[in-house]
Design a protein around this ligand. Sequence first.
Ligand code: NAD
Length: 273
Amino acid sequence: MPRPTQFHDRLRGWRAIVTGAGSLGDGVGTGKAIAALLAGEGAKVALLDLDAERAATTLALVQELGGEGLVVTGNVADPADAARMTGEALAWLGGLDVLVNNIGIGAAAGQLHTAAEADIERVMAVNLGTVINMCRHAIPALLEGQGKAIVNISSVAGMRAHGNTAYGPSKAAVIQLTAELAVMYGRDGIRANCVSPGHIVTPMVEAHLHDEGRRLRSAIAPLGAEGDAWDIAQAALFLAGPESRFITGVNLPVDGGVTRIGPLAAYDMARGD
Ligand SMILES: NC(=O)c1ccc[n+]([C@@H]2O[C@H](COP(=O)([O-])OP(=O)(O)OC[C@H]3O[C@@H](n4cnc5c(N)ncnc54)[C@H](O)[C@@H]3O)[C@@H](O)[C@H]2O)c1
């Protein structure tokens, strides 16, 4: 999907936090695309990331779109750092309407019994722990906001098994946590929803996946293509904004249909039958 050029002020006056908002260089990952769309629609956006340089590239895009952003650097997987970062973000934003939990890292290498314990713990702490940390610290402000939306970024790897150590289980936990939040805070007016990206081209994928892998990702999708970060951002924007006011607790796969296709149909498609 091309980068959107037209906006409609749908979030004018809203305040948002996006975690993992950085992206490598000119590339566009999901956090960068989400932050850009929220800002394009008028929201002030706090950009939380481990890496100041990566977050700065997102800030430049936010500003190019006429939006306002603030980079807050630190480790969201660390509860104390997450508290500090949320505090800095809220002090600048002056309140909170939307929280987007986008941080995620890859699988621990090896089978479960050979993978390093520290790697397994890290994947769980980053993929699930960052969502828990941010919700704990940001929900008090969300309760006072007008938007009251949480959008978590999971993965199709949390919906079907890929033989991953820790990544799939951590992402499945994010989907379940989203449903729990929806039930726990529904009466307070907070909506919590999840987006599960499928095969998405991001800078990380372009750098690491070989050509045959890229071909197969498209070949087994009913829509016959990979998606990009803007596809994910459009779904996140919808779930963050007022148009989805009656939707909570859902997990929306944005995957070209890969989670709906049966294995034999995927096999036929991959062979070109
Ligand atoms: N790229 C895909 O194909 C794909 C597919 C399915 C799901 N996802 C999910 O989408 C999300 C974004 O993926 P991406 O490929 O754009 O990622 P990315 O690696 O390009 O960007 C993630 C950002 O998060 C930051 N980050 C990582 N750990 C952090 C921490 N502890 N504290 C603060 N910042 C931290 C990184 O510095 C980076 O800038 C992840 O949750 C990922 O699991 C991606």
